[in-house]
Design a protein around this ligand. Structure first.
Ligand code: PHE
Length: 437
C-alpha cells in the first residue's frame, strides 16, 4: 500500500493526462504500455531486489552491493531533498484549495487570486487581494503532520497512514470522476483525450515521453522502492507486488485522464471554445483551470473538495516516501534512532521550504532546480545505476535469483535484457536528447 502511495502522486493526476493528450491521445496507450512492460516493471523489480536483498537504506544497500556504489544512494537522496521541499509547497496549496472550494475564495478571478496569493506574496500582492498568512500556516501544518507520521516509524507511521489514506483517496477520486462525467461537454473532453493520432507512433519523442512518464510515475530511480523493500519480510513475493503496484498506478493514471478531461470538456463547452484551448497541466491545471470549473459546474463545490482532497492525499503519501529515503539514509549513516533521524531531516527540510516559498525568487529557483533534477538528475542516476548493476558489477544474475527465490512470478533472461539493454538505451537516449535541447 505504501509503494502504491508513493507511485500514485501529482504526476498521475496532473501530468499524465496532458502528456497522453500531447503525444497521440489514444495512440499513446501503445508506447505507454510498452514502456511499462519493458522498463517500468523491470526497474521496479530491480529496486525491490536491491533493497530486499541488502536490507538497508539506499546508500547502505548500494554499498553492500559494492563499496564503490554507495554514491548512487547519496545522489538519489539529494534529489529526494529537492523534490520534497517542492512537493510540500504544492500539498499545502492543494490543502488550502480543498477549503477554498467550499468558500470559493477566488471569486470570479481564479488566476488573479492564485497569482496574488501564491506567487507574489513577498514581492507584492496583486491588486484587489489581501495577503493571507494562512498560506504559510498551511505549509507549516504539512511539515508538522509529516514530522509526526515519520517519527511514529515505518509500521505505525508510514504503514498506518497509507492503509487509511490510499483507500480513501481511491474512493474520493472515483467519486470525482463520476461527477465530472455527468457534466455537460464531458464527452467532448474524452474525445479530445482518446482520439488516436496514429502518426504519433512513428515519432521518437512520443516514445521518450512514454518512458519518461513511466519512470517518474512509478518512482523508480529515487531510492524509494529500495528503501521500502528493505522493510518487507524475508518471505515477500517481490515480483507479484511490483506487478500489482505497477498496474494499480497505471489504472489510476488512466482514471485521472478520464476525470480531468471530462472536466476540461465541460470548461470548454461552458465558454464556447474547443477543448484544445483550455488544456493545461501541472500548476495551471490544478490552481487556475480547476477553480474555474468548480465555480461554474453544478455540484462544483463537491467536485472541488474531492479533487483537491485527492490531490492533497496523493501528494502526501508520495512526500512520505521521498522523505523516508532521506531519513533512512541518515539513520544508517549516523546510527541515529527514529526520532533523532526524523528531526535531523524534517527540520532543515521544513526550513528550506518555508524560506524559499514566500518569495518569487525562491519559487523561480525551485522551478529551475526542479526542472534540472527531474530532467537530468533522475535520468542520469538511473542510467548509472543500470549500467553499474548490469555490466559493471554483474549484479543482475544474483538479484534475479534473489527475486525468484521469494516470488511466484519468476523473472529470467528477458528481465536482464530489459534492464541491461532497453533501459540503458532509453535512458541514454533521453540524456542525449536533454543535453541537445
Ligand atoms: N510517482 C510520483 C507521481 O507520480 C512522483 C514521485 C516522484 C514521487 C518522486 C516520489 C518521488 O506523482
Amino acid at each position: 500500500m505504501a509503494a502504491m502511495g508513493s507511485a500514485i502522486g501529482l504526476g498521475n493526476i496532473w501530468r499524465f493526462p496532458y502528456i497522453a493528450y500531447e503525444n497521440g491521445g489514444g495512440a499513446f496507450m501503445i508506447p505507454y504500455l510498452v514502456a511499462l512492460l519493458s522498463a517500468g516493471l523491470p526497474l521496479l523489480m530491480l529496486d525491490y531486489a536491491v533493497g530486499h536483498r541488502y536490507r538497508a537504506s539506499a546508500p547502505l544497500s548500494y554499498r553492500r552491493l559494492h563499496p564503490k556504489a554507495e554514491f548512487l544512494g547519496w545522489w538519489q537522496l539529494c534529489i529526494c531533498f529537492v523534490i520534497a521541499a517542492y512537493y510540500g509547497v504544492i500539498i499545502a496549496w492543494a490543502g488550502s484549495y480543498t477549503i477554498f472550494s467550499v468558500t470559493e475564495a477566488w471569486g470570479d478571478d481564479a488566476e488573479g487570486f492564485f497569482m496574488g496569493q501564491y506567487l507574489q506574496v513577498a514581492d507584492h500582492v496583486a491588486p484587489g487581494f489581501d495577503f493571507v498568512p494562512q498560506v504559510l500556516v498551511g505549509l507549516a501544518l504539512v511539515w508538522v503532520v509529516l514530522l509526526v507520521v515519520m517519527a511514529l516509524g515505518v509500521q505505525r507511521g508510514i504503514g498506518r497512514f497509507n492503509v487509511i489514506f490510499i483507500p480513501l483517496l481511491l474512493v474520493m477520486f472515483a467519486a470525482m470522476v463520476i461527477i465530472a462525467l455527468t457534466l455537460d461537454g464531458a464527452a467532448s473532453g474524452l474525445d479530445a483525450l482518446f482520439t488516436p493520432d496514429w502518426s504519433a507512433l512513428s515519432d521518437s519523442t512520443v516514445w521518450m515521453a512514454a518512458y519518461g512518464q513511466i519512470f517518474f510515475s512509478l518512482s523508480v530511480g529515487f531510492g524509494i522502492m529500495v528503501t521500502y523493500a528493505s522493510y518487507l519480510k524475508r518471505k515477500s513475493d517481490l515480483t507479484s507486488t511490483a506487478l500489482v503496484v505497477g498496474f494499480a498506478n497505471s489504472s489510476f493514471e488512466i482514471l485521472a485522464g478520464i476525470g480531468v478531461f471530462a472536466a476540461l470538456g465541460f470548461m470548454a463547452t461552458a465558454s464556447g471554445v474547443g477543448v484544445g484551448d483550455v488544456v493545461s497541466s501541472g500548476i495551471g491545471l490544478a490552481f487556475i483551470a480547476f477553480p474555474t470549473i468548480v465555480s461554474e459546474a453544478p455540484l462544483g463545490g463537491l467536485l472541488g473538495v474531492l479533487f483537491f482532497g485527492a490531490l492533497t492525499f496523493a501528494g502526501f503519501t508520495s512526500l512520505i516516501s521521498i522523505v523516508e529515503v532521506i531519513i533512512a539514509g541518515i539513520q544508517d549513516k549516523l546510527g541515529l534512532g527514529r526520532l533523532a533521524g526524523t528531526l535531523t531531516v524534517v527540520i532543515p527540510l521544513a526550513a528550506a521550504s518555508l524560506l524559499l516559498f514566500p518569495t518569487t525568487t525562491g519559487l523561480n529557483l525551485l522551478d529551475i532546480t526542479d526542472a534540472f533534477v527531474n530532467n537530468f538528475g533522475i535520468v542520469a542516476a538511473s542510467l548509472v545505476a543500470v549500467i553499474l548493476l548490469s555490466s559493471g558489477l554483474s549484479a543482475l544474475p544474483g538479484l534475479r535469483d534473489h527475486l525468484n527465490a521469494v516470488s511466484a512470478f519468476k523473472v529470467g533472461r528477458t528481465w536482464m535484457i530489459f534492464i541491461g539493454g532497453v533501459a540503458v538505451v532509453v535512458l541514454g537516449y533521453t540524456i542525449i536528447g536533454q543535453m541537445t535541447t
